[in-house]
Write a protein that binds this ligand. Structure first.
Ligand code: FBP
Length: 548
């Protein structure tokens, strides 16, 4: 494998770890815990893993492990920088428990467990992947681990390989499933512990005990670098408005973090759009008004950040999508035979007057995307909708109307961008490299302590790494009951952007200034070597949240 100079230098990087993970450790248990809500129901559903205490690692004078342990690991869902370091941390952790411990990776996500596809992760393999981005060491996948049949099938291979602990590295849904699996294996005395690790660039798996999901830091830094570059380009030629969509699924954490890093002219926050019951028209007017104001000052350029999930958060669009999905689900065959050129008119004639009017107002491409792109459940895949083009086009239309009325005197030329995949496999920042390794090493400690149904937790991460607090949180503690596919289910509560949270408040206090007075920040590329204030800083979101 040919390696870049950075890869070679990075291979030698020693992740910084909390001092409580160095040398012999033991656990300190706190008081019993409760789920965030629906306590009785969740206790009933998880009789074996409910109410367990929070765990903290503390130094000890004796080693924790006496005998070797075989561990399995699964990468679940979308890629996030640092996954390889979680695996390296688990590997080193279980080797420190006992030198004959072994680690097996299940190939291409949870499906590997069900289909019995695996590989042993030896020291040679692990060394090739330390501090690298990507999930390619074993691959990832989106198969949901949720049925008893899958759990039993998985247990066959775990028994065959003498694996007594499984680490599932995933987002909120995968960790919910990890907890269901932990409960099931405990209820049948399977002798397999299950530990979760918080992963997702989206940043929406976080709570009091999980400060951030890994990968969010690196992904946001990569996006902020390129947005910063675009802003400098924009400020140099002064002729384009750049509409930039950012990944993140439903939550706007990525857009908000990038806004805090680069100080764009506009950043839309989906959660605010929903809370204020804004229509698409309101969002268009908001952007167009800033464009017009800047034009008054002779500034016919700017940047607009748009979270990927925006469309779902505009209440009127949500209604349109729901009616459209329902209609198409029942009239698929009829729709298929309509000529492409007549499809738009056909749909417009079938919807309620309110939805029909919104649909008719959408640009051609977006209208088509809404009718064509369905996932296996029949839902529109909002990530495939080009919201950046939708906004650019509709703002353009609005400005033309205003030009006629004399309300806009300026030029409006646009460029559109979508950043997502560019950041998911980037070489982890020092923060993610250290955080991920610590999460993995902590998972090994939880295995050594015989725990199951826990998520690896590393806190206090705005302090130097040596001061970080490592331990475990019972997954049931993060759960509540939510309606999913028409049924009430126990799930880890998804963390959307809180409008009363400190990061949003900081953004809110500055955005009007950023809109009119160009005050761009250019973060530049992630730095791996150099002074700590350049290389080791956590996200602005975390820094603001943890400012006492
Ligand atoms: P996870 O929640 O699984 O970590 O995925 C994050 C994400 O990158 C989202 O931001 C994005 O909407 C989605 O994955 C894209 O999915 P895919 O990789 O299947 O195209």
């Amino acid at each position: 494998m040919t390696k870049s100079a950075l890869q070679i230098a990075r291979a030698a990087y020693q992740p910084k770890v909390p001092k409580t993970l160095k040398g012999n450790v033991t656990i300190e248990e706190g008081a019993p815990t409760q789920s965030v809500s629906d306590q009785e129901e969740i206790k009933r559903l998880f009789p074996n893993t409910y109410g367990m205490p929070i765990i903290k690692f503390i130094p000890s004078d004796k080693p924790m492990g006496e005998k070797p342990v075989n561990v399995g690991v699964i990468l679940s869902g979308g890629q996030a920088p640092g996954g390889h370091n979680v695996i390296a941390g688990i590997f080193d952790g279980i080797k420190d428990l006992h030198k004959d411990s072994r680690l097996y990776g299940f190939i291409l996500g949870p499906e590997g467990l069900i289909k019995h596809r695996y590989m042993e992760l030896t020291a040679e393999i692990i060394d090739e992947y330390r501090n690298t981005g990507g999930f390619d060491i074993i691959g990832s996948g989106r198969t949901k681990l949720e049925s008893k049949a899958q759990f039993d099938k998985g247990l066959e291979i775990l028994k065959e390989l003498n694996i007594s602990a499984l680490v599932i590295i995933g987002g909120d849904d995968s960790n919910t499933n990890a907890c269901v699996l932990a409960e099931y294996y405990k209820s049948i005395n399977a002798g397999v512990q299950v530990i979760g690790c918080p992963k997702t660039i989206d940043g929406d798996l976080k709570n009091e005990m999980i400060e951030t999901s890994f990968g969010f830091d690196t992904a946001c830094k990569v996006y902020s670098e390129v947005i910063g570059n675009i802003q400098r380009d924009c400020n140099s030629s002064r002729k384009y408005w750049h509409f930039i969509k950012l990944m993140g699924r439903s939550a706007s954490h990525i857009a908000l973090e990038c806004a805090l890093q680069v100080q764009p002219n506009i950043c839309i926050i989906s959660e605010e759009v929903e809370a204020q019951n804004q229509s698409l028209d309101d969002v268009i007017n908001y952007v167009a008004e800033i464009v017009a104001k800047r034009a008054e000052n002779g500034n016919n350029y700017g940047t607009v950040l748009i979270p990927e999930g925006l469309i779902e958060f505009i209440p009127a669009m949500k209604k349109l999508i729901a009616e459209l999905s329902d209609y198409l689900a029942h009239h698929e065959e009829e729709f298929k035979i309509i000529k492409r050129s007549a499809q738009r008119e056909y749909i417009t004639s079938k919807l309620s007057p309110e939805n029909s009017a919104i649909y008719a107002s959408l640009p051609e491409a977006v209208a088509r995307q809404l009718t064509l792109d369905r996932d296996p459940h029949g839902n529109v895949q909002v990530s495939l909708i080009e919201t950046e083009k939708l906004l650019a086009e509709m703002v353009g239309k609005r400005l033309k109307e205003w030009t006629k009325k004399g309300k806009f005197v300026g030029k409006f030329a646009t460029q559109v961008h979508f950043f997502g995949y560019e950041g998911r496999c980037a070489a982890p920042s020092n923060y993610d490299a250290d955080y991920c390794y610590s999460l993995g090493y902590t998972a090994a400690g939880l295995i050594g302590a015989g725990k199951t149904g826990y998520m690896s937790s590393v806190r206090n991460t705005t302090a130097p790494a040596s001061e970080w607090i490592a331990g475990g949180v019972p997954i049931t503690m993060m759960m509540n009951m939510e309606r999913r596919h028409g049924e009430m289910k126990p799930v880890i509560q998804k963390a959307l952007v809180k409008l009363d949270g400190a990061p949003f408040k900081v953004f809110d206090s500055k955005r009007n200034n950023w809109a009119i007075n160009t005050d761009y920040v250019y973060p530049g590329p992630i730095q791996y070597f150099g002074p700590t204030e350049v290389c080791d800083q956590p996200t602005k979101t975390l820094q603001i949240e943890q400012t006492k």
